[in-house]
Design a protein around this ligand. Structure first.
Ligand code: ADP
Length: 483
């Protein structure tokens, strides 16, 4: 057992209701103090993957046959246990990936519980579509599909795991969760709670290890019926090939390069505050509005307010309530972020603020704003996934929309305007899976969520995720032919 600030966390896999270990391990370190080794975690292999698929396959028929209402009972118990363990989960997640403890404790972990509650209820009240057509009685039936592999990234690991596992389990699929190797611990705690909730052995499994090893073995296993992935574009391509090989459905959410558009008719103070808020969690947020697009006539006013709000950010230990900017997850990621800024500088982009590692030896990078020399600058076109925003101005609505839609991504966008017609017009014109107007991150769990372009394929959320995890069948009976 690992001891994470007094919380016991198993470093092993959870397969078929039991802890299973591997002969090899990998290191898990704390981003807030890289010299702190949190522990060594089991490094799964192809055999681990096979064992997990076998467990999920044998548990599947009984779990599917239970039906949505009985499954909901288990999932509500699990949600209650998550709520009862918020403190422990928040602390472990904070130590493991440096997400702000305060927001974990107040919002994020509870949202994980809500994911299970929401899907438990949604699956239970599903109305089958029934209609009469050309002399036949028709109905659409959802059938559980089988074992689902869920691959999560290192940012927001608990939230994303629950967001992806809840619909799979509610739909009657069994799950093999492979968390990212940079933040593997909260998945292990989730496995403990699944066991405590009495969810039958093999319904939910966790395997630990590297994506290129156990991850690759899982996604190419012929026994797997669904793959739900969140991560990077190159990995999605690799997993997509594996899904194609076995002809199975696959969803991918792959990050973004969201615009944050501010019109002159907006509440400029609110917009500037929200723009500075994109540095929260040091920008390790896929939905973030990282390209600030501001109407030229208010640019100076906006920037002055933006700098004031950005100056108020506090970099530090994520356990401390005053901290707003966390450490980046890993020294390699710090180098990636710094590399973007160094290349931008060398190419002639203007670094307006920040652009430096905060303190030698630490993993904090300063809140950085870059005025690119052109829209084709790398830092405008590619996702940095760190505290790096770009600033561009526009003359009119048409230019704002053209800039907003000028990258290959399309996950999310943010618009600030006081005009209802413009909110609707620009909201429709921005090419993204989710567009917020005068707000950010408020999301209804039944709404579809996903990306356009290289931000991904498929939609999660509400019935969209339940349909993804089901095989839909049309049952047609000739009317009058049966009594
Ligand atoms: P990031 O840039 O967020 O680290 P990755 O796409 O590398 O994105 O990782 C996201 C998740 O995908 C992690 O859990 C990682 O272990 C997993 N992963 C990486 N490569 C593969 C692969 N070839 N097959 C399956 N999973 C993989």
């Amino acid at each position: 057992m690992l001891d994470i600030e007094g919380v016991a966390v198993s470093p092993d896999h959870f397969i078929g209701g039991r802890r299973v270990t591997s002969s090899d391990t990998f290191e898990d370190r704390c981003p807030m103090d890289w010299s702190l080794l949190l522990g060594r975690v089991a490094r799964g292999t192809a055999e681990t993957a096979a064992l997990a698929v076998e467990a999920a396959t044998s548990a599947f028929p009984a779990w599917a046959a239970l039906g949505p209402v009985k499954r909901a009972g288990y999932l509500h118990r699990l949600a209650d246990l998550i709520d009862a363990n918020i403190e422990r989960l928040a602390l472990v997640e904070c130590m493991d990936m440096a997400m702000l403890h305060e927001s974990l404790k107040l919002r994020v972990i509870a949202r994980g519980a809500l994911n299970f509650r929401n899907y438990a209820d949604l699956a239970s009240i599903h109305e089958e579509r029934v209609w009469s057509s050309r002399g036949t009685a028709n109905r659409v039936i959802r059938m559980a599909a089988g074992p689902a592999v869920i691959i999560t990234p290192w940012n927001a690991p608990f939230m994303l795991s629950t967001w992806k596992c809840a619909p799979a389990l509610a739909a009657g699929n069994t799950v093999i969760l492979k968390p990212a190797e940079w933040s593997p611990l909260s998945a292990s705690l989730l496995a403990d709670l699944v066991a405590e909730a009495g969810i039958p052995d093999g319904v939910f499994n966790v395997v630990q290890g590297y994506g290129s090893e156990v991850g690759a073995a899982l996604v190419s296993h012929p026994g797997v019926k669904r793959i739900s992935f969140t991560g990077s574009v190159p990995t999605a391509r690799t997993i997509g090939h594996a899904a194609a090989e076995n002809i199975i459905p696959f969803t991918a959410e792959l990050g973004g390069k969201g615009p944050l558009i501010v019109f002159a008719d907006a509440d400029i103070e609110a917009a500037a505050k929200k723009a500075a808020g994109q540095y929260d969690d040091s920008g390790q947020v896929c939905m973030a509005g990282t390209r600030l697009l501001v109407e030229r006539s208010i640019a100076a006013d906006f920037l002055e307010r933006f700098h004031r709000h950005t100056d108020a950010h506090v970099m530090g230990d994520s356990r401390h309530p005053a901290t707003t900017m966390s450490a980046l997850i890993h020294p390699r990621h710090l180098q990636t972020v710094a590399g973007f800024v160094d290349r931008a500088r060398a190419a002639g982009d203007h670094v307006v603020r920040g652009g430096r590692i905060h303190r030698e030896g630490g993993l904090w990078y300063e809140a950085t704003l870059i005025e690119p020399r052109g829209n084709d600058s790398e830092v405008v076109q590619n996702e940095v996934f760190g505290p790096v925003l770009t600033f561009q101005t526009f003359a009119d609505e048409a230019e704002a929309v053209a800039l907003a839609n000028s990258t290959a991504y399309g996950l999310a966008g943010i618009i600030y305007t006081g005009d209802a017609d413009r909110a609707d017009r620009v909201g429709r014109a921005v090419r993204a899976g989710t567009v917020w107007v005068n707000s950010f991150l408020i999301r209804d769990l039944t709404a579809p969520f996903g990306g356009i372009g290289i931000s991904g394929i498929g939609r999660e959320g509400g019935d969209y995720a339940l349909d993804f995890h089901s095989d839909l069948k049309t049952l047609q009976i000739l009317e009058g032919s049966v009594r």
